[in-house]
Design a protein around this ligand. Structure first.
Ligand SMILES: Cc1cc2nc3c(=O)[nH]c(=O)nc-3n(C[C@H](O)[C@H](O)[C@H](O)COP(=O)(O)OP(=O)(O)OC[C@H]3O[C@@H](n4cnc5c(N)ncnc54)[C@H](O)[C@@H]3O)c2cc1C
Length: 438
């Protein structure tokens, strides 16, 4: 990146914030113009209902995998925001539902339970209640305690129920008298927002992947065992030079015919894309990753992506430190291949030297770039961690002056990020990829 230009991540954040603020201002103006509800409580209920609708639409944009946003902000960060917004949506929906019941109870002079029963008999309200129940159920299984105990596929399947909630709440809003139905401009705005959010989602999640796979027709060309539990898969396709992939990015891979169609796993590109092949290197942790070893040559691959902002697009400094833990070496190795400047230091943390995946390739690349490689062996919790602030500074005395890329298991990545904060490495120099989405 040239000095003086706005870093891409900053530009994307500004664009996103501007979009959010402009829309919030429009929504507040529409709310004020629409007038009050039948009593004070119902007016506040209306306010929360309106904001729940808008939050849902923002949620769609965050998960739409729009390449421009994804490449600058990164899917991991967008997913974290999606998670926070999801819980905000939960409380907004609950506040709306509770206030609607209390508002009508006050209006009719009836108890809250009786009013709830009466509202459940009205189709428009019933749809809203069902949507709210789904939001509550999905939030419950997304809380950290439950999430850790569920298989990824189970949690993801339940999470998809939110699309049902979205459909129900859409009809709920169509049937109810809302701020959005209060005037012609409000109606136009509301439809435009839904169309834009849905358009983004359908384009990013369905049209682009289907189009790319039809165009590139990905196929497995080689499967190379790296060790007992790590395998490298080479994939080719038509016109791969037109796939906008960068070193450091990842794809979501499906191997139909070999794995069940719903099995889709993110793996980073373990080599810089050369316009002819894509390469992934995977450690066996479950059925899908273990099964890659048995992929037949020639089998079809369905590839979503490339995604992620862990790329040289984020570079701000001439010098760079690449820190990898275990199989987190995959995007780091690809980035290293792309690095042309010599001022590169690689810190590679592994339990033991013979567990260091792709180490020979990394050594050769570091040597060809005149850089330094530190292979840091040992287990987390045993002895002094190489990622304590002082140890990091001893390994790379000018770390504050460099860009730092970190990729590894979530615990290691958090430890490194905390050390970098202690060392006062500027936030904009630090780029992380966690092998786990929020
Ligand atoms: C951005 C990213 C890049 C990655 N790159 C690599 C890589 O280059 N090499 C490598 O070995 N591993 C990588 N991983 C980890 C890899 O995705 C998981 O190890 C793999 O998906 C496990 O799948 P499984 O079905 O074999 O095991 P399971 O036992 O089913 O899954 C183990 C864990 O992997 C995670 N996981 C499974 N499926 C998904 C999914 N579709 N999306 C997100 N997380 C999932 C979940 O946390 C799950 O608990 C990456 C992960 C992410 C998020």
């Amino acid at each position: 990146m040239r000095q003086g230009t706005i870093p891409p991540v900053v530009a994307a954040r500004w664009a996103l914030w501007t979009f959010v603020i402009v829309n919030l201002v429009i929504v507040e103006v529409l709310f004020l113009k629409a007038g009050t509800g039948k009593n004070g409580v119902l007016t506040v209920a209306k306010f929360f209902g309106l904001h729940a609708a808008v939050l849902m639409l923002f949620q769609l944009l965050l998960v739409a995998r729009l390449p421009w946003l994804d490449r600058r902000i990164g899917m991991d960060r967008l997913t974290v925001w999606h998670r926070w917004l999801g819980f905000t949506l939960l409380w907004t929906v609950l506040a709306h539902a509770l206030l609607v019941v209390l508002g009508y109870a006050r209006l009719d002079g009836a108890s809250a339970t009786k009013t709830f029963g009466a509202l459940a008999g009205v189709p428009a309200s019933l749809l809203g209640m069902c949507a709210a129940a789904i939001v509550v159920a999905v939030a419950a299984v997304s809380a950290r305690y439950a999430r850790r105990r569920l298989r990824y596929e189970t949690w993801h399947g339940l999470h998809l129920l939110l699309y049902v909630a979205l459909g129900l709440s859409f009809v709920h809003q169509l049937l109810e008298t809302t701020t959005f139905s209060s005037s012609a401009p409000a109606k136009i705005y509301w439809w435009a927002l839904w169309l834009a959010a849905f358009g983004a989602l359908v384009t990013g999640r369905i049209v682009m992947p289907l189009w790319r796979n039809a165009y590139h027709r990905f196929r497995v060309t080689a499967v190379v065992p790296e060790s007992d539990n790590v395998v490298t898969v080479h994939v080719t396709g038509r016109h791969l030079d037109r796939l906008p992939a960068r070193a450091g990015q990842f794809c979501i891979w499906r191997f139909p015919g070999h794995h069940p169609w719903w099995s889709a796993n993110p793996f980073s590109l373990s080599a810089a894309p050369d316009g002819r092949t894509l390469r992934l290197t995977a450690k066996a942790v479950g059925d899908a990753s273990a099964g890659l070893r048995h992929l037949p040559i020639g089998s079809r691959a369905f590839v979503e992506g490339p995604y992620g902002a862990f790329t040289s697009l984020q570079r701000t400094r001439p010098g760079v430190v690449l820190i990898a833990g275990g199989v987190g070496i995959t995007p780091v190795r690809a980035l290293l291949e792309e690095e042309t400047a010599g001022d590169v230091v690689v810190l590679y943390r592994v339990r033991s030297e013979n567990e260091a995946v792709l180490v020979d390739e990394v050594r050769a690349l570091v040597a060809s770039r005149g850089g330094r490689l530190h292979l840091l062996t040992g287990r987390t919790g045993e002895g002094r961690s190489p990622f304590e602030p002082e140890s990091l500074r001893a390994l790379v005395p000018d770390i504050v002056e460099r860009d730092v890329y970190v990729c590894g298991p979530p615990r290691m990545t958090s430890a490194v990020l905390s050390a970098l904060r202690t060392l006062k490495v500027p936030h904009r120099h630090v780029h992380a990829e966690r092998f786990g989405l929020a």
